[in-house]
Write a protein that binds this ligand. Sequence first.
Ligand code: HEC
Length: 104
Amino acid sequence: MPTAFPRLAAALALAGACAAPALALEIDLPKETATLHAASGAQNAAQCYMCHSVDYISSQPPMPAGFWEAEVKKMVQTYGAPITAEQIPLIVRYLDEAYPPQKK
Ligand code: HEC
């Protein structure tokens, strides 16, 4: 390979040859024990723990009506959760039933 920078090419080749092998680091994370509250449609909320634990849902205090809808939309619009527009009302219905909003 003709190159205008033979020293650079040699240095890069040498650097590549000397690169340390990636170390396999084992990290034992604690087992996930939290589960979604039982209620019909729980399977619809399966996407809700691809990014974070179910604890994010169950640790919320009782919130005003409309909270879960806003929350699911925030996960989609702000954080890019791959949840379709058709799935949103199914997930919201489940969350409203399983994690009921505050009674007035
Ligand atoms: C694409 C990744 C992703 C998915 C999927 C996702 N979330 Fe989140 N969620 C986040 C991030 C990021 C945060 C903010 C974390 C932080 O601030 O520590 C968050 C935070 C939360 C919180 C804490 C309150 C808040 O608003 O910060 C709740 C409740 C929550 N998510 C519920 C849900 C529900 C319900 C679903 C399913 C509809 C869901 N999440 C799916 C990324 C996601």
